[in-house]
Write a protein of this length. Sequence first.
Length: 352
Amino acid sequence: MPRFDKDYYKLLGVAETATPEEIRRAFRAKAKDLHPDRAKGDKAKEALFKEVNEANAVLSDEKKRSQYDQMRKAGVSGDPSEFFRQAQGGQQGDFDMGDLMSSFFDMGAMGRKASARTRSGRGEDTAASIHVPFETAAKGGRITITVPQEESCKDCRGTGAKGGGKTCRECQGSGMAARQRGGFAVSRPCTACGGRGTEPSPPCPSCHGEGTKAVTRTLEVKVPAGAASGNRLRLSGEGAPGPGGGPPGDLLLELIVGAGDFEREGRDLTSTVEIPFTDAILGTELQVPTLHGSVKVRVPAGTQPGARLRLSGQGIQGADGDAGDHYVRIKVRLPKTVTEEQKKALDTFRIP
């Protein structure tokens, strides 16, 4: 859950004036280094990986970033409700801190986790980065990933109370009570249950009263053909669990495509082939590996160093069915030593 005493800009290593592209680049670099697949049990890196994902989820969303910046400028720290108490001269009674914070930040009732858990609603969207092999991204395919997530505690049904707790008779489990103030109905946490929606009971021993558990999940992800670094995939229902038993949010995956055997520009690919200078002068035929298999290429006589030969339709094919091209860049190999006889033969090629 985001907190205003965390400096998300510092976590990503960017300035507060950073552009969305600078934030994306910084996140990809951090996530690549801290990803659990590379951390290999390093708990410190795994914890930092979660914080970096949290920072990216806020700063990459224009609305959430704006709200985050506003609250930090207002001097809000770890407990946002304190800000509102001070703003109202210390009088908190007429305000529902959860609803106030929801209006500032679309991430639930911050500062009232227990109350948020008992009210049924959709869970938060979460974000992570994943590494995709070059060929899988180019052709499309499936990969298996592991991501750190939270899931609703089954022992207490997400309430945080031992055995799930008994439904509060005063608020009927909603965790909220309505009061009339100046002709308006104002919602505030139920005083009978403290906003939990359940009657007082010991905390759940499985989740220690949190209502959720940290887990590592293994998911199979379908990568579309032509995917590139920076592309995002949405996995419906794989995000954070919904409060009060509500549906989970979605998981947003940012792709980081690995380097392959080819240079890539959009849907076009380029590879480099080295040939002897005699083949460049006289011409030859080559077998060139492409994304779709080996292809015979004719190198015409007189080909110059750095020339590019085009193989139409041998590039990356997108979801629309259109494919890019594959370009073969010619590198000419010159001999390091020549005999006297060879020198005489080459001398006849001198251009005046």
